[in-house]
Design a protein around this ligand. Structure first.
Ligand code: KIV
Length: 264
């Protein structure tokens, strides 16, 4: 049995932090599960780190389902959350429900994530009532990049702090079982975390959340187009990959590989 929403609620009640990571393919999903992660997010950030888009807006439902299927196939125990891409839930409640159910039926995900505050409350309620576990996502919501005008920290003014706290409570009441808090001041993240009973998962939200999520390619140093302040790099795999690739290329060019050892 995979990790479920009650397991995460229990973790919060026991004050145990939840480590989450984004994953998009079979090889990394295997490694991430072997590393002991209980929760993986197939994030629409794949639009940037896998597909090379400037932002997450172009990502489609079919692409998300494709990657979600791969990740669920690679894992046995972890909870797999499918990220609802831009325009898969905004048009209507019916469209939202239909697309969310595709993550469970086709992608075999265990939950979905949806960006937005009070404007998504009806959708969160509808999905929850239809047995689709929902992760909410407030603060900096990357699908709103054109309105916001960049990847800016949210919740800096008293008014927006109040609004985000209200949003968090409304989303919990609508049935969300977990909530991503992105790029908000840590004092606000602390207040939200203490005001709701579901776990908060921070990214650029300071140390007081119930858990943390990072984009795999950022954490491993594979993606260096830009590095947000909130990212901690735990490895520099781009450099390792570069030197391995250069060595292989040189070996082939010098006739050193393949040798007798690699031949039949
Ligand atoms: O798409 C994504 O990877 C995300 C996380 C960074 C929260 O939404």
């Amino acid at each position: 049995m995979r990790i479920s929403p009650p397991d995460l609620l229990k973790k919060k009640s026991l004050n145990q932090k939840i480590a989450v990571i984004t994953v998009y393919d079979y090889t990394f999903a295997n490694i991430v599960e072997e590393a002991g992660f209980e929760v993986m997010l197939v994030g629409d950030s794949l639009g940037m780190v896998v597909q090379g888009h400037e932002n997450t807006i172009p990502v489609t439902m079919d692409e998300m389902i494709y990657h979600t299927k791969i990740v669920t196939r690679a894992t046995k125990k972890s909870m797999i959350i499918g990220d609802m891409p831009y325009m898969s839930y905004q048009v209507s409640n019916e469209e939202c429900l239909k697309n969310a159910s595709r993550f469970l039926k086709e992608g075999l995900a265990n939950a979905v994530k949806i960006e937005g505050g009070r404007e998504t409350v009806d959708k969160v309620r509808l999905m929850t009532l239809s047995e689709i576990p929902v992760v909410a996502h407030i603060g900096l919501t990357p699908q709103s990049i054109h309105r916001i005008g960049g990847y800016k920290v949210q919740g800096r003014t008293e008014e927006s702090k109040k609004r985000l706290l209200e949003d968090a409570k409304m989303l919990e009441e609508a049935g969300a079982f977990c909530m991503v808090l992105e790029a908000i001041p840590s004092d606000l993240a602390k207040t939200i975390t203490e005001s709701i009973s579901i776990p908060t998962i921070g990214i650029g939200a300071g140390p007081h959340c119930d858990g943390q999520v990072l984009v795999l390619h950022d954490l491993l140093g594979l993606f260096d187009r830009f590095l947000p302040k909130f990212v901690k790099r735990y490895a520099n795999l781009k450099d390792s990959a570069l030197s391995a690739l250069k060595e292989y290329k040189a070996d082939v060019e010098k006739g050193l590989f393949p040798s007798e050892k690699e031949s039949f």
